[in-house]
Ligand binder design. Structure first.
Ligand code: DUC
Ligand code: ZN
Ligand code: ZN
Length: 479
């Protein structure tokens, strides 16, 4: 059998489908054996009494993404992947973003340069398609999809990124032809522009008005439209960062009618509300820390999002980590100390806190079971983007991306304990009862007993595979 590099003893393993007890034998970065009573390894970790789960796969995060408004992301591939590893995530999928006028290939090459040899865990790229010229549609996009960039995001809002309806239909047609997965940011851009103009004219500039400029209606309408286009073209899509009831109802309707519409939600829609955007007289603009789009809603919507995680409307739970410092010249107030809500970069950090929050308030609070947790945070994500079973599983031959969990903790999230480069967390003070004790990336310990012990350059770029012949079923999808 050969000696193991590492044996994790007495692991209580959970996958998306089952729970079992085993020793895990790891050799050359992969799981080589799963059985009780394995022979000694060169190193050993005793996991008795603790959950051992597949490492998290964060299918939606932004790292070192170039911005066009004077702001800059605080996390690059080093600090972002370090922070992810300390929170139990072992694979990230950030975005190679095309600017209008830029070739897609150029955007991908630039993004590889940014990644360099900084990553401490493995990573793949989604594309962002913002300029679907005939050359992009007919040549570049199909070529890149075949080269392992098998998913791309499109925006229905943001002036520098948005596509119009015809462009959306055109890119969906390419996705259908090539088997790619399309992630849709669904908000109606003209409604937002009209509401923003009215708010600003009335002098309503504080961060809290961000929520009034992007009410649920604008998300519901765009979600409905995106679903209609997917039905027209007959292609699956994923509606990303779903914030509440009205968008969920659209997705549920589609799923109940046999359409392959998938749903993603994020911690901000479970733990934040519009009240976190501050008050009307937020002189120092602290509410900017929670500005993200779609905005957080209210307690009732939080409950509907929890219900959607439990019932299977959502297949994936991602961070949408979009890291801007609050202070400093490129942070949330890059446009000035009195920046109006529409000048504040959208996005909040969350790579490191995603899994502990859902484990604590989902699994340990009895809202979802351990298999649902693994499915939502790891297995379904790996399946959706063509990384399964190398990622998202505990099986022979899979990468030894594993997390041993401590539970029964009594601690609170504090930014001082996190490993990103952002100067705040929107989740400050929230209690958590679970946190990774050990994170392994391809058999290498990167986080152990409260210490980051990873190494820049250990992380490898992953080419994603296309579904063959059909995209694998993800747990909870109704079609
Ligand atoms: N909204 C996005 O669409 N992307 C990044 C972060 C955000 O809030
Ligand atoms: Zn988005
Ligand atoms: Zn995003």
């Amino acid at each position: 059998m050969g000696e193991f590099d590492l044996v994790i003893r007495n692991a209580r393993c959970a996958t998306a489908a089952e729970v079992f007890e085993a020793d895990i034998g790891i050799r050359d970065g992969r799981i080589a054996a799963l059985a009780k009573g394995l022979p000694a390894g060169r190193e050993e970790i005793d996991a008795a009494g603790r959950w051992v789960l597949p490492g998290g796969v964060d299918g939606h995060c932004h790292l070192d993404q170039p911005m066009s408004d004077g702001s800059a992301m605080a996390d690059d591939f080093l600090s972002g992947t370090r922070s992810a590893a300390c929170g139990g995530t072992t694979t990230v999928l950030p975005f190679a973003c095309q600017f209008k006028g830029q070739s897609l290939r150029d955007a991908v090459e630039d993004y590889h340069r940014r990644a360099g040899d900084k990553a401490t865990i493995d990573y793949a790229f989604h594309l962002i398609v913002s300029d679907p010229t005939p050359d992009v549609l007919e040549r570049e996009l199909p070529e890149l999809i075949r080269e392992g960039y098998t998913s791309f995001k499109i925006y229905m809002t943001y002036d520098d990124l948005k596509l119009d309806d015809r462009q959306i239909i055109d890119v969906l047609a390419v996705a259908r032809e090539e088997g790619a997965m399309v992630m849709v940011h669904a908000e109606n851009t003209d409604c937002i522009a009209w509401l923003t103009e009215r708010l600003l004219k009335a002098g309503k500039t504080a961060p809290r008005y961000h929520a009034d400029a992007r009410p649920m209606l604008v998300e519901r309408e765009a979600t409905h439209r995106a679903i209609s286009f997917a039905e027209l073209v007959d292609v699956p899509i994923l509606i990303v960062h779903v914030s509440g009831r009205e968008a969920i109802e659209q997705i549920q309707w589609a799923q109940n009618n046999g359409l392959r519409i998938y749903g993603e939600t994020c911690p901000q829609y479970l733990f934040l509300t519009a009240d976190d955007l501050g008050l009307e007289d937020d002189e120092h603009r602290h509410g900017a820390k929670c500005i993200c789009s779609p905005p957080p809603r209210d307690k009732a919507n939080q409950q509907v999002v929890w219900d959607g995680l439990e019932s299977g409307v959502f297949q994936v739970f991602s961070s949408d980590h979009a890291p801007f410092k609050f202070g400093g010249p490129t942070g949330k107030l890059a446009a000035g100390p009195d920046a109006s809500f529409d000048q504040i970069p959208n996005g909040i950090p969350g790579l490191e806190t995603r899994l502990p929050l859902l484990f604590s308030h989902g699994v340990l609070a009895g809202r979802i079971d351990i298999n649902q947790f693994v499915a939502l945070t790891s297995t379904n994500v790996a399946k959706m983007y063509g990384l399964y079973p190398r990622k998202g599983s505990i099986g022979i031959g899979a990468d030894a991306d594993l997390v041993i969990w401590d539970t029964g903790l009594h601690r609170h999230i504090r930014n001082d304990d996190l490993h990103h480069e952002v100067d705040y967390t929107p989740y400050e003070g929230i209690p958590v009862s679970a946190w990774p004790a050990v994170t392994l990336s391809r058999g290498r310990v990167v986080w152990r007993d409260g210490r980051y012990v990873g190494e820049a350059g250990h992380g490898q770029f992953l080419r994603c595979e296309l579904p063959t012949p059909a995209r694998p079923k993800v747990r909870g999808a109704r079609s």
